[in-house]
Design a protein around this ligand. Structure first.
Ligand code: 4NP
Length: 166
C-alpha cells in the first residue's frame, strides 16, 4: 500500500496583504510585525504589503519607521510597491490601515468577493481604543511608536482570527 504523505501546498497558506498610503511606514511595519507573530505561533502564512499610491515605489521604508521598529526588535526590509488589481486574486485578506485606504481599495473592486477580502487593521484590535492606524509621516517619534503598539495589538487579534477561521 502506498503511504500518503500530507504535503502543504502553496494554496494551504493564508495570504495576507497589508495596505497603507505610501507603503513606507504603516504597512511595511505591519508586514514585519505580523510575520514575527505568525512565526512565533507557527502559522503558515504568506505576508506582503503595498501602498494605494505609487509615490514611494522602490524605496526602503521611512528611516524613522525602520529605526523605531528596530528598537522594538523588528527589522523592516521591504521595498515600497503600489497595490495592483491582481492582488485581489493573489491574497485572501487585504488589510487597510485606515478608512481612506479602505475606501481607495474599495474603489478598485469589481466583485463582492474582492470587497469581502478587505478588512481594517482596527477590526483586529484586542485592547486599543483607536479606529485606525494613524499616519505617522508628518509627526514626531511618538507617532512611530504608537504605530508599533497598535500593530502589535492588532497582530495578536489577527492571529486569533486566523486560528478561529482555519
Ligand atoms: P504610510 O505613510 O502610508 O504609512 O506609508 C505615509 C508615507 C508617505 C506619505 C504619506 C503617508 N506621503 O505623503 O508621501
Amino acid at each position: 500500500m502506498h503511504k500518503v504523505i500530507a504535503m502543504k501546498t502553496h494554496s494551504d497558506k493564508t495570504r495576507i496583504l497589508f495596505v497603507c498610503l505610501g507603503n513606507i511606514c504603516r504597512s511595511p511595519s505591519a508586514e514585519a510585525i505580523f510575520k514575527e507573530y505568525a512565526n512565533r505561533n507557527q502559522l503558515d502564512v504568506e505576508v506582503d504589503s503595498a501602498g494605494t499610491s505609487a509615490w514611494h515605489q522602490g524605496e526602503k521604508a521611512d528611516h524613522r519607521m525602520r529605526q523605531s521598529a528596530l528598537k522594538r526588535g523588528y527589522n523592516i526590509t521591504s521595498l515600497s510597491r503600489p497595490f495592483v488589481r491582481s492582488d485581489f486574486e493573489l491574497f485572501d485578506l487585504i488589510v487597510a490601515m485606515d478608512d481612506q485606504n479602505f475606501h481607495d481599495l474599495t474603489a478598485k473592486t469589481l466583485t463582492s468577493e474582492e470587497q469581502g477580502k478587505i478588512k481594517r487593521m482596527s477590526d483586529f484590535f484586542i485592547k486599543s481604543n483607536f479606529d485606525h492606524i494613524p499616519d505617522p509621516y508628518y509627526g514626531g517619534a511618538d507617532g512611530f511608536n504608537l504605530v508599533i503598539d497598535l500593530l502589535e495589538d492588532a497582530s495578536l487579534g489577527l492571529i486569533d482570527y486566523l486560528k478561529k477561521n482555519k
